[in-house]
Design a protein around this ligand. Sequence first.
Ligand SMILES: *Cc1c(COP(=O)(O)O)cnc(C)c1O
Length: 509
Amino acid sequence: MSLLAHSAEDPADSRTYLLNNGTAHRYHSAVTESVTRISAKIAGTARPFTGISVDRLAPAIAGVDLDAPLHDAAAALDELEEVYLRDAVYFHHPRYLAHLNCPVVIPALVGEAVLSAVNSSLDTWDQSAGGTLIERRLIDWTAARIGLGELADGIFTSGGSQSNLQAMLLARDEACRRELTRDGVAGARLTDVLPRLRILTSACSHFSIRKSATLLGMGAEAVIAVPVDAEKRMRTDALADELARCHRDGLIPMAVVATAGTTDFGSIDPLPETADLCARHGAWMHVDAAYGCGLLVSRRRDLLDGIERADSVTVDYHKSFFQPVSSSAILVRDRATLRHVTYHADYLNPRRMAEARIPNQVDKSIQTTRRFDALKLWLTLRIMGARAVGELFDEVVDRAADAWKLLHDDPRFEVVTEPRLSTLVFRYVPSADPDPELADRVNLHAREALFASGDAIVAGTKVDGRHYLKFTLLNPETTLEDIATVLDLIAEHAGAFLAEQPRPALSAR
Ligand SMILES: *Cc1c(COP(=O)(O)O)cnc(C)c1O
C-alpha cells in the first residue's frame, strides 16, 4: 500500500495517522507529495485568480461528504485541486495588487514546516523550552530596531488587529490605574473612570482601533477621529485641539494612536510631534506600524523617526517582512505594563513559577495556546538576513513612486496622494467634467470586471464618499509594465461599461 493511503477497514490503522517515531516516514511522504504539488502549482500560475464566482464554487464544496473519508492523501489532494487550489487567489502573482498580502520568503516556509510538526505551544516554558527563548530574542531584536530602550518587552500575536487590541487594553488599564491612584481622588471608582476614557486617532487609522474600543467595553464612540492633512497624515494641530478639549470636558485621553503606514494611503502620521503632545497630556502613545514596520529594516528607516518614543508599537511581519500569515507582534516600552494581561492558573503558570523566574509567555499574552510563529522570522533572519528583507520592501516602495508618476501623467486617471510606502489610491475619470455618480459606477464596475476576468486583482476604497481603486504593491516581481498593463485593462473595462450607458451619460464625454 502507498504511504499516502491507509486501510479503510482496519480500526487499528487510525493510529498510523498520528505523527510519531513509527510513522515519521509516512509524514515525510505525505508532506513531500503536498509540497511537490504546490510547487508545481505555484510555478504554473498564469493568473492571480480564475475569476470563479461564489455560486459556481459553493456546490463543489457543499458536495463533499465529510463523513466519507478517502483514507488516501493523494486522493484528498486531487479533490483539493478542484475545491480550492485551482481557484485560489495567489498573492505571489505579479498582478495581484489588491490588499496588504505579500509574497512569502522561502526561509519562513521552512519555519512553517518545522513549527507545525513539532507543534510547540508558546504559552509556557514546559510546552516550548527553546521556543520561548527564541521568541524573546526576536521581541528584543524588534524592540531594539524600534529603539524602545532597556525595559522594552512584547509578545507575538495573531495579527495587527490583536496587537492593537492588546495595546488599547494596556493603555486603558494604565489610564485607570493612574486615575484611581492620583492624589486627591480617594474613593474614585472604576465605573466612574471608564466612561471618561477616550482614544484619539486619525480619520485614516485602521478600523481595529474602533473595534478594540468596542471589545474593551468603551464603545466605538470613545474613539475621536482626528482630521488628516492633504497627505492623509494626522493633523497635529487638530490633535492638540482635541486633547485640550478632552481636558476641558473632564475626559481622559487614555491613548493617542499614530499610524505608521495607513492601510489605504501608506501615510505616516507625524511621530515626533505626536510624541510631544502625548508627553504633555500624559497619554499613552501607540504606533500602529502594522504596514510600515518593514521600514525598520529598510534604507528608509528615517521615515519612522519618533517611533522610539512610543509606549507600544504594532508590527505585522506578515505584511512588510514577507512572512506567511500569521506573524505579528506588540512591543511595549515598559515591560511592567504587560501585567495587565497576567493571570495565574494553578494548572498552567502558578505564581511560584514567576517567582522562580521560569519564563511563561502566557503571562504577557491575551492568548493561551499559541503557535510558534516566531520561528518563521527566526529562520528568515538566520538564512537571508534583515537587510535582504529590507531590500525587498525598498524595491516595492521604489516601484510605487514610479507607478505614481505613471498615473499622474495619465489623463485617464486621477491619483489621490504621492505614496510614502507602496499603495496608490486612484480612479478612472470618465470625462473632463465627470458626473460623480457615473465615476463611482465606472470604477466599481472596472474593479469587479477585472476580478471576474482573473487577469489582475486590485482593491477599492472610498475617499470623501467617492469610490476609488487601490493598488497595494508588496511584490518586487511586479514590474512597471505589469502596472501599465493593469491600468490599460481597467481603462478597457471602464470604456466598455461607458459604451453601454444610456445616451445622456455618454454625451457627458
Ligand atoms: C492590516 C492592518 C491592521 C490589521 O492587521 P491584521 O494583521 O490584518 O489583523 C492594523 N493596522 C493597520 C494600519 C493595518 O494596515
